[in-house]
Design a protein around this ligand. Sequence first.
Ligand code: GLN
Length: 454
Amino acid sequence: DAFLSGIERLNPRLNAYITVTAEQARASAAASDARRAKGEAGPLEGIPLGIKDLFCTEGVRTTAASKILGEFTPPYESTVSANLKRDGAVFLGKLNLDEFAMGSSNTTSAFGPVENPWSRANDPTKRLVPGGSSGGSAAAVAARLAMGATATDTGGSIRQPAAFCGIAGIKPTYGRCSRWGIVAFASSLDQAGPVARSVEDCAILLRSMSGHDPKDSTSANLPVPDFAAACGRSVKGLRIGVPAEYTLPGLAPEIEALWQQGLDWLKQQGAEIVPISLPHTKYALPTYYVVAPAEASSNLARYDGVRYGLRVTERDSDLRDLYERTRAAGFGAEVKRRIMIGTYVLSAGYYDAYYLKAQKVRALIARDFTEAWAKVDAIVTPATPSSAFAMDEKQDDPVTMYLNDVFTVTANLAGLPGLAVPAGLDGQGLPLGLQVIGRPFDEETVFAVGAALE
Ligand code: GLN
């Protein structure tokens, strides 16, 4: 009830929730109370969570923040949200995001932008973005409108909004969480993960969300460790890599200072700081912005006005006309841009020059990390190159917006776990985050380092 009344009060300003399922939440909380009374409480019994509106929820509208799915109610539940329910979680509603998770500011949503709760409420000219694409998830958790939330990360969409809103968030190893029932953006990069107020809360949520799922052929058949236990582990003797290529010209001095402070803390706790090189880092952004749109153009071909959601048709429409009208009306500008880039880089004559080349560079970026793991156990970097920016900033030039993902896309291209940890405030009093990257399926070390930094 406290969370629901908080939503009633603050959501009109923040717009973090697209759909609030108050009645279902109350019913599920009552069922939780009954299970607890019988001594049958699950590990998340009664914990109120928000679900990013990219996860299909049975009987509850799932929009992907797009007009094209504006009235889509799935008849099935995503594996990740089903796992959370199985463990007793109570869902408060569906959280806003950039349309189809394409963006870094939550301004491309067909349901309107989300406001960062760190914005100054009394200064309407300073409305800040919460980051994206999981801006609704991060804003809801930061404003105490949920205890935690699900999110997804294709190029930084968990870590960047977590950093902008002063909370924690982890993108686990590719394959750790099932992608079944999550609206696909770029299938070789997409991963689900939690955002929450602390690293330990993320660990608790991730344990419930994870696990093998025969319905996703890329889901890993590995045991799920007790991530929360790893949060208390000592970092003594761990080798922490600091990649030279992440010191970008123009990086805010406060970020560099917090990065150094974080490394000092780890050193004081017995870790060894090791300078490393990830030489292909400078190619990561262009590689990502070829691979991700290519996969998106293919994944989004299914929204054709026939099978899902919106259908726009005229009396004399033939099939092609139906496709064109539906897609023209249903997709927003950023989604159309990605579809066009994606079809271009996949088209005959350009495929070798762009898509194939990007795949080769992706392999080199992954190899940089493999070589680094011979020298270090985890890597610590800033999560973002700046703190949250104003809502009207970076809107005219998509490339400026894409540059914000510079520190996060590498972990997706290499399939590695990446955790954003709140690190401190910048000169304007806005939160900044650090990122911990780890070996494949070694989220435990990532959590240990993250908890030591917190
Ligand atoms: N900002 C990146 C993009 O626009 C990442 C989005 C994401 O991780 N879903 O593609």
